[in-house]
Structures are given as structure tokens and as C-alpha cells.
Write a protein that binds this ligand. Structure first.
Ligand SMILES: [Ca+2]
Ligand SMILES: [Ca+2]
Ligand SMILES: [Ca+2]
Ligand SMILES: [Ca+2]
Length: 263
């Protein structure tokens, strides 16, 4: 039994035909989002300083991540982000400053036998399952590409937001995300967490490793009793630090204690 069965219905390409969007050579991938950086302000920095910060430094304020006191800023057209960052190094209100780094899914080898389920034995998973195999109130947030929520190994394992009514265009649970039933797509900034079989292959694979259904077919996940929350932030050209922070904030606000970040 091979683990690749988890995603076999989603990926039916022969190797030579397989679109290669996610596996672009690592050589030509940018390391960070041009012109953007994240600033962590020191605890206790006044709201007055924060609200004036962008205009005083000739920056554009993009977003704030209040739970961690971080702001996302961009430089105005024609300005050098590295020069601005250098100039802000000695600012006494700033704890640290970093580029908005980009992330890419970890490589899934194509080798036919790579996915054989030897790993479950290696970690003594069957012995652990005699004690517990996860429970439905244990939610693992998969912060990755999207996930094929209709995959037979995953459709019964997806977390759903109890406070949200699907598809009515209303933010029923008032968390600033409209129709976030399975999680959220921070890459596309929309509620669809599965958009493309290839672009969302990695997250589907990862979700299967974690919680593929124990249903006498296909494969089985390490904690197949648990639920998966889909938090997409990686698209075909990767995802940025700001998106990852938003995803972690979402998971935290929903009370999730376990996140998986395989990138
Ligand atoms: Ca909502
Ligand atoms: Ca709704
Ligand atoms: Ca989407
Ligand atoms: Ca199965």
C-alpha cells in the first residue's frame, strides 16, 4: 500500500506530463517579497507612535497583526526597501525588522516507493493507536497550500466552522472572514481552500499524512481521529510571512493548539 494513493485521484498525470508549477527550480525563486517588510514593535509602543509611523517614515501601512504587535509595511515606488530597513535599525520603538520572506512547500519526492507507510511503523503508530488515534475535538491546522476537501480520504476529516453558514455571503460568526467554513485561503483572500489539483497537492498530501481516514482503503493518517483545518497561504509562486502570520492568528483565534507548517 503506497501513500501516494492519498492524492491519486487528484493527480493523474504521468511524470513526463505533470505540470510543474510547485516544483520550480529553487534557484530562481525570490527569497522575499520585493518592497515589503515586517516590523515588530516593542511592547508598550504607544498607539500614537504606531499610527504616525508609516507617514513619518514615508511608508505604506499594509496590515497589522495585533496579537504579536507586528506590522506589514511597504516602501513607496522607486524607494529601496533595504535602505529604509537600514535607516530604521536604530529606531528605539522597534524590536526587530525583517523582509517579508517567501516560503515554498517542501518537496514531495516522486519516487514510487517513497510514500510506503514504513514511517508509521517507525514511530510505533499502530501501538499508539491502541491507546488513542486522535479525537474529533483535536484540530490540526494545516498551514500550507490548499487541501482537496472532497478527497475520499479527507472529506470526513475536515474541520468545519460551527459558527459559519456556508455560501450565504455573510460573516455569520463575525470573525472578519466571510463563509470561512473549512478555514481560509490567505493567499487568494477568499473562502475556497481548494482551488487547483496541482497547486493544492502539497497541502492535500500533508493532510493525508496527518489524518487520512481509517476506512479499510487507501492509506491511514497518524492521527486519523483528528480534524484538519485548511489554512492556505501558499500559491503556485509560494507564500509570504505575512500570510503565515495571518493563518497562525486565525488558528489561535479558533482555539487550535496544533499547527503543521511543512515549508
Ligand atoms: Ca466568518
Ligand atoms: Ca456565511
Ligand atoms: Ca481560494
Ligand atoms: Ca484510508
Amino acid at each position: 500500500m503506497f501513500f501516494s494513493l492519498v492524492i491519486s485521484s487528484a493527480t493523474c498525470y504521468a511524470d513526463s506530463e505533470r505540470p510543474d508549477k510547485l516544483r520550480a527550480s529553487s534557484d530562481n525563486r525570490p527569497a522575499y517579497k520585493e518592497g515589503e517588510f515586517l516590523i515588530k514593535f516593542k511592547d508598550g509602543t504607544s498607539s500614537h507612535i504606531l499610527s504616525a509611523f508609516a507617514s513619518e517614515n514615508g511608508l505604506k501601512h499594509e496590515k497589522s497583526f495585533n496579537s504579536v504587535n507586528i506590522g506589514l509595511y511597504s516602501v513607496k515606488r522607486g524607494k529601496s526597501a533595504s535602505k529604509v530597513m537600514k535607516a530604521l535599525e536604530d529606531n528605539g520603538d522597534i524590536e526587530y525588522i525583517q523582509p517579508n520572506y517567501l516560503y515554498y512547500p517542501t518537496e514531495i519526492p516522486d519516487d514510487e516507493y517513497f510514500d510506503e507507510l514504513w514511517g508509521l511503523d517507525a514511530i510505533d503508530a499502530p501501538e499508539a493507536w491502541d491507546i488513542a488515534a486522535g479525537a474529533e475535538d483535536i484540530v490540526v491546522a494545516v498551514i500550507d497550500t490548499g487541501i482537496d476537501i472532497n478527497h475520499p480520504e479527507l472529506s470526513g476529516r475536515m474541520w468545519t466552522n460551527p459558527g459559519e453558514i456556508a455560501g450565504n455571503g455573510i460573516d455569520d460568526d463575525n470573525n472578519d472572514y466571510i463563509d470561512d467554513v473549512y478555514g481560509w485561503d490567505f493567499y487568494g483572500n477568499n473562502s475556497s481552500v481548494f482551488d487547483d489539483e496541482i497547486d493544492d497537492e502539497h497541502g492535500t498530501h500533508v493532510a493525508g499524512i496527518i489524518a487520512a481516514e481509517a476506512n479499510d482503503e487507501g492509506v491511514i493518517g497518524v492521527v486519523h481521529g483528528a480534524k484538519i483545518m485548511a489554512l492556505k497561504f501558499l500559491g503556485p509562486d509560494g507564500g509570504d510571512t505575512a500570510g503565515a502570520i495571518e493563518a497562525i492568528e486565525y488558528a489561535k483565534e479558533m482555539g487550535v493548539k496544533v499547527v503543521n507548517c511543512s515549508w
